[in-house]
Design a protein around this ligand. Structure first.
Ligand code: 5GP
Length: 190
């Protein structure tokens, strides 16, 4: 998506060759006009999938997922909640995720009330790095015996290996900007 790539080059800040900060339009201040174009593009790429719900993870996936949902007939958006506590909640599906940015593991949970076996779910998130967050979300959908219809990612850091993990799960992955590498703090697209 050219508009997004241009914005990354203009406003993205690379930290230590591995973290891309996009606080001015995606992760802190949100550019709603751009979010709307992102939502439209996700719809284009997943239009034949009969999506019934969108699943994301708090916090930065929520805004993108909500705008995208408006392009999918206003389907409900569910966001997985993050917990550091280890106590098991019987009424929730649970998975473990390793945080790339914080370098620690945490649990994510979704109440069993909000996913059922008839659901056809699209996962949406801001970044794909190692794939841990996406794999946790796939795990939760599969625990509910619902269908994982695809993953829509705004920015994929290809060099961190997440794509391979997703493909091994047999899930379609669509990323709107794919970064080949960020060596010397310079963004190069694939
Ligand atoms: P993964 O689980 O694929 O390793 O990492 C994806 C998650 O980590 C995303 O939900 C995102 O919030 C966060 N993340 C990973 N890399 C970056 C990055 O370079 N910049 C920002 N802002 N978030 C990132």
């Amino acid at each position: 998506m050219e508009l997004l790539k241009k914005r990354i080059l203009k406003d993205g800040i690379v930290i230590k060759d591995r973290i891309l900060k996009v606080d001015s339009f995606l992760n802190h201040q949100m550019d709603i006009e751009l979010f709307n174009e992102i939502g439209k593009e996700f719809k284009n790429r997943f239009k034949h999938k009969n999506i019934t719900k969108i699943l994301t993870i708090e916090a930065s996936g929520i805004g993108i997922a909500c705008i995208a949902a408006q392009h999918f007939n206003n389907v409900p958006v569910i966001f997985a909640k993050k917990y550091s506590a280890t106590n098991l909640d019987k009424d929730a599906y649970e998975a473990e995720v390793y945080s790339f940015t914080k370098e620690e593991s945490y649990k994510i949970r979704v109440s069993k009330k909000y996913i059922n076996s008839e659901d056809r779910i699209l996962i949406i998130d801001d970044f794909l790095a190692s794939g841990s967050a996406a794999l946790g979300l796939i795990d939760i959908i599969r625990q509910a015996e619902a269908e994982v219809c695809g993953i829509g990612i705004v920015i994929e850091k290809y060099f961190q290996g997440g794509r391979k993990m997703i493909e091994e799960c047999g899930v379609e992955l669509e990323s709107l900007a794919i970064i080949e590498d960020m060596k010397n703090n310079i963004v190069t697209f694939k």
